[in-house]
Design a protein around this ligand. Structure first.
Ligand SMILES: Cc1cc2nc3c(=O)[nH]c(=O)nc-3n(C[C@H](O)[C@H](O)[C@H](O)COP(=O)(O)OP(=O)(O)OC[C@H]3O[C@@H](n4cnc5c(N)ncnc54)[C@H](O)[C@@H]3O)c2cc1C
Length: 321
């Protein structure tokens, strides 16, 4: 039996990212004439388990008394145990940091191969090929996943969502996994957030090092509120401590896919642009006419941002009120 496994971690959200993950697994299973098996590691709300069942041929909730929240080694151990018994051709995980952390470790434990930031998977002559952006999104790398299972984490929102069908029966397994806590989570702190996740935002106003400091981010925030947007940032701005890293967009930050991405005083380094390659429209404000960002954007203003942000916000506020 050919199995393609989607792995969901404790307390997962049934959001657009999960739907895309399930959709890609579903398509791959269909292409191989196999089954789409969803494995939920640890505790999950019943309503979410039922929702996921509509997208699976088989649904396994792998329970362990200590897995009420994410614990790296225990989660890895549970997933390894269940996946080993399924002998899957491919295992797909989400793009959250926990899944990114687990992917290569799970591949190693199962004797497979791993890759991250995958945009699509296809079957080519009995082999699984994975595509991912390369050179800051300027090229696409095609990876031949030669060793089974292919364990990948998929890029948020870049996959078509899954198609609902007859719900799978929910199988609950008590997994005897070894809990070797080489890593112990001693504290969890949630960052207060009033708006949408950056990954789900349809408009993002993002600021870079060319802003004068944290106060300028307040001006960006006001513009964002008027536009119904979320605020993003370059790594340089985050590293300067002007805004927290949860706002960082790019290779080592969030991968976003808004309808409009407004880059303010951001040069457009390849590592930043990797995070915005799925944006529909990119616009930029930058004093340097030769800034690389202008090669990526449909609309650009060569000007000091201070001359633009205030008047733009006022104009939008009056025309939208
Ligand atoms: C492995 C690795 C991973 C990385 N990951 C990321 C990542 O995830 N995200 C990320 O963003 N970066 C990442 N970087 C860093 C990246 O290479 C750049 O250094 C960074 O994106 C630069 O940020 P910036 O554009 O804000 O700053 P700068 O490159 O310094 O650009 C500032 C821009 O502001 C303009 N400017 C200045 N004053 C004004 C003004 N008054 N009005 C308008 N424009 C003005 C300037 O002309 C300039 O273009 C990574 C680097 C490495 C090596």
């Amino acid at each position: 039996m050919i199995n393609i496994v989607s792995c969901l971690l404790p307390l997962f959200e049934f959001d657009r990212a999960t739907e895309g993950l399930l959709g890609e697994s579903q398509r791959l299973a269909k292409a191989l004439g196999g089954s789409h098996v969803v494995v939920i590691a640890g505790h999950a709300e019943d309503s979410k388990v039922s929702a996921v069942a509509e997208y699976a041929d088989r649904l396994i909730v792998a329970e362990h008394s200590d897995l009420t929240s994410y614990q790296p080694e225990l989660c890895l151990s549970v997933l390894r145990s269940v996946c080993a018994s399924l002998q899957p051709h491919a295992i797909l995980l989400g793009s959250d940091t926990y899944s990114q952390e687990l992917t290569p470790r799970l591949a190693h434990r199962l004797g497979g191969c791993s890759a991250g930031d995958i945009q699509s998977l296809a079957v080519v002559q009995d082999s699984i090929h994975a595509t991912r952006p390369a050179y800051g999104g300027k090229a696409v790398a095609v990876l031949d996943m030669k060793t089974s299972p292919a364990v990948v984490w998929v890029r948020d929102r870049s996959m078509e969502v899954a198609v609902a069908g007859e719900p799978a029966k929910i199988e609950r397994l008590q997994v005897e996994a070894e809990n070797i806590n080489t890593t112990k989570i001693v504290d969890r702190r949630s960052e207060e957030s009033s708006g949408q996740r950056l990954e789900d935002a349809s408009i993002i106003v993002s600021g870079g090092r060319g802003l004068d400091g944290p106060d300028s981010f307040e001006d960006l925030r006001q513009l964002a509120v008027t536009m119904g947007a979320e605020v993003g940032a370059s790594r340089a701005a985050c590293d300067s401590g002007w805004i927290t890293h949860s706002h960082q967009v790019g290779q080592t930050g969030k991968k976003v896919a808004p309808q409009l991405y407004l880059a303010v005083a951001i040069s457009g380094a390849s590592q930043h642009m990797m995070g915005v390659s799925d944006a529909k429209i990119i616009a930029a404000i930058n004093t340097d006419p030769d800034a690389p960002i202008f090669k990526h954007c449909q609309f650009g203003i060569v000007e000091d941002y201070k001359q633009i942000i205030g008047p733009l916000q006022e104009k939008l506020a009056s025309s939208l009120s």
